[in-house]
Ligand binder design. Structure first.
Ligand SMILES: NC(=O)c1ccc[n+]([C@@H]2O[C@H](COP(=O)([O-])OP(=O)(O)OC[C@H]3O[C@@H](n4cnc5c(N)ncnc54)[C@H](O)[C@@H]3O)[C@@H](O)[C@H]2O)c1
Length: 292
């Protein structure tokens, strides 16, 4: 018995890296998996192949069930056909793992508008569109009286939580995914849908090129994703987790710190004096990745 027996799971960007590890781990726990990958290069430009079919072959060779989807998840057509593939092939959808993405790292002064747009598009729109189509399916199922135990796992990053020098576009996109996760969890809970985000760290082609390789393997991150994507995670929603190697951390987000209030309006000088006092009483922020 696996903890995802009978569940149907979509993983975007599952041809390699973290997505591939998640797809294999879900299949090993009994899930039927839609393996999406457009097969692009590290910078999102067209690549030589779509590695989704290889992952499907691996799952089938191990006795599991899987189907490939080669569409672009940041297009309406790609996202709609992704959800349709799960329903047409396996008759249902239970879990969506939004994972696909790429980098175009530059210092802000050198960051081209195209590199901004491409990274915002693949991460923010590439999370929103599959989520929207899956959410429409689950809301309809819930309204039709069917029991829905649906799960969404979004992929943010330490860059989105703390900032990362040279990754202004990526950090903004990944922070946007946290906001999307919070709203989706609040809106979709009534239909039986739980939405959480992970900030993974693992050795993949993405981190090999940027950070010279990390210690943890993608397979180390997948068990948390599989549990969040299973019925066993009931009651857990709207949360962000860091996962690297054998470590799982609950991230505690923005909280109100020291505050001052007055009747009437501050002058700018008064606002400044007050703010400096509040800052003196507040906790120092965590350092931005890569800041000296
Ligand atoms: N590796 C890490 O340490 C790390 C850290 C923080 C966040 N992340 C995030 O985890 C996710 C996976 O990263 P990875 O390291 O496995 O990268 P990766 O490059 O190994 O895999 C990403 C996959 O997404 C696919 N893809 C890209 N754009 C797509 C699109 N429009 N439609 C469908 N597929 C598309 C690519 O073809 C690729 O196979 C990304 O969202 C990344 O930002 C990774």
């Amino acid at each position: 018995m696996g903890i995802c027996d009978g569940r149907v799971v979509i993983v975007t960007g599952a041809g390699r890296g973290l997505g591939r590890a998640h797809a294999l781990a879900f299949a090993a726990e009994g899930a039927k998996v839609v393996v999406n990958d457009l097969g692009v290069g590290l910078d999102g430009r067209p690549g030589p192949d779509s590695p989704a079919a290889q992952v499907v072959d691996e799952i089938r060779a191990a006795g599991g069930e899987a189907v490939a989807h080669g569409g672009d998840i940041a297009t309406g057509e790609g996202a709609a056909s992704l959800v349709e593939t799960a329903i047409d092939e396996f008759g249902r959808l239970d879990t969506l793992v939004n994972n696909a993405g790429f980098l175009r790292d530059r210092m802000l002064v050198n960051l081209d508008e195209d590199d901004w747009d491409a990274v915002m598009r693949v991460h923010v729109k590439g999370h929103f569109l599959p989520l929207k189509h899956a959410a429409a399916h689950w809301r309809a199922a819930s309204k039709a009286g069917r029991e829905v135990t649906a799960r969404v796992i979004n992929t943010t990053s330490g860059a989105g939580l703390l900032g990362s020098v040279g990754q202004g576009n990526y950090a903004a996109a990944k922070a946007g995914i946290v906001g999307l996760t919070l709203v989706a969890a609040a809106e979709m809970g009534r239909y039986g849908v739980q939405v959480n985000a992970i900030a993974p760290a693992a050795r993949t082609r993405m981190t090999e090129e940027v950070f010279g390789g990390l210690e943890g393997a993608p397979e180390d991150v997948s068990p948390l994703v599989v549990w969040l994507g299973s019925a066993a995670s009931a009651g857990v929603t709207g949360r962000v987790f860091e996962a690297e190697g054998g470590r799982i951390t609950v991230m505690e987000g923005w909280q109100p710190g020291p505050t001052a209030n007055r009747d009437g309006r501050w002058t700018p000088a008064e606002a400044g004096d007050t703010t400096l006092k509040l800052l003196a009483d507040s906790r120092d922020p965590r350092p931005v990745y890569g800041a000296s």
